[in-house]
Design a protein around this ligand. Structure first.
Ligand SMILES: [Mg+2]
Length: 221
C-alpha cells in the first residue's frame, strides 16, 4: 500500500462500488429499464428483458443500445430508470471517514446519471467529498470501457495517470484505465458479467469493501 502514497487523483465508479451490490439498488434500476423498454417498444416484459441484456452486452449500457437502435431521448431514459427508492440506503460512516482522509482530487466516474450519483452519495453521507461527477452525459454517451471516454476524463481534469487510481466493480472497465497508466482496484463480487476478467493482470488490487481498502492506504501513509 505504500506505493499508493503518491496518488493524487481518485476515480470512483458509483453503483456497486461506493455501496455494496448486496443493497440491490441497481436491481431497481435494472427493473426500471425493463419497464421503460417494454412500454416504449410496446412489447412484453420478457421480450424487453432480452433486448435490455443484449444491448448491455453489445453496447456496454442499455441506454446506448436504445439510442442507437430506437433513437430514444437519453435524458428521459436516465430520469426514468434512476427514479428509484433509495430510502433503505444507509449512511456509511466508515466510508465517510476514510474518503475524508485521502488526499487529492476525488471524482465519480459512472455510466449512470449525475442526478443518480448525487442521490446515492447524499444517502451515503459522502456527497461533500467529491470534486466532480463525470457521468454518461459528460462522456457524450460513450460508456466505459471505451478508451476514448477515459482519455476524455483525463483531459477534462488534467489527470496525471501515473498518480491516479480507478476503483470499480466491473473488471473489464479497469482495462483501459490500466492501459493509460492508472492503478486499478477491483471490488470483489460474484456477478458473472462484472467478475469476468477479474484475474487479469490489468487489475492491481482487489478488495471486498472500499472503506477497508482506503483504511489500509490511510494507515500506511
Ligand atoms: Mg459499478
Amino acid at each position: 500500500m505504500k506505493e499508493l502514497k503518491n496518488i493524487k487523483y481518485w476515480l470512483f465508479d458509483l453503483d456497486n462500488t461506493l455501496y455494496s451490490g448486496a443493497t440491490k439498488v441497481f436491481e431497481q434500476v435494472d427493473k426500471k429499464m425493463t419497464h421503460y423498454i417494454s412500454s416504449k417498444l410496446n412489447i412484453s416484459k420478457e421480450e424487453a428483458r432480452k433486448i435490455q441484456k443484449n444491448y448491455f452486452m453489445e453496447y456496454n449500457t442499455t441506454l446506448n443500445g436504445m439510442i442507437k437502435n430506437h433513437k430514444i431521448d437519453a435524458n428521459e431514459f436516465l430520469e426514468f430508470v434512476h427514479d428509484i427508492d433509495l430510502s433503505f440506503l444507509k449512511e456509511d460512516n466508515q466510508l465517510d471517514e476514510q474518503i475524508e482522509k485521502i488526499k487529492g482530487r476525488k471524482i465519480i466516474f459512472t455510466n449512470g446519471s449525475l442526478a443518480h450519483a448525487k442521490n446515492v452519495t447524499k444517502r451515503l453521507g459522502i456527497e461533500r467529498h467529491f470534486d466532480d461527477i463525470f457521468d454518461i452525459v459528460s462522456a457524450d454517451f460513450i460508456p466505459k470501457p471505451s478508451i476514448e471516454t477515459y482519455k476524455k476524463i483525463i483531459e477534462k481534469y488534467k489527470i496525471e495517470p501515473q498518480y491516479s487510481i480507478f476503483i470499480e466493480d466491473i473488471a473489464r472497465n479497469l482495462k483501459p484505465a490500466h492501459e493509460l497508466g492508472m492503478k486499478t482496484v477491483w471490488i470483489i463480487n460474484d456477478e458473472p458479467w462484472a467478475a469476468e476478467f477479474s484475474n487479469s493482470s490489468f487489475i492491481n488490487y482487489k478488495t471486498d469493501k472500499l472503506s477497508n481498502f482506503l483504511k489500509e492506504i490511510n494507515e500506511s501513509r
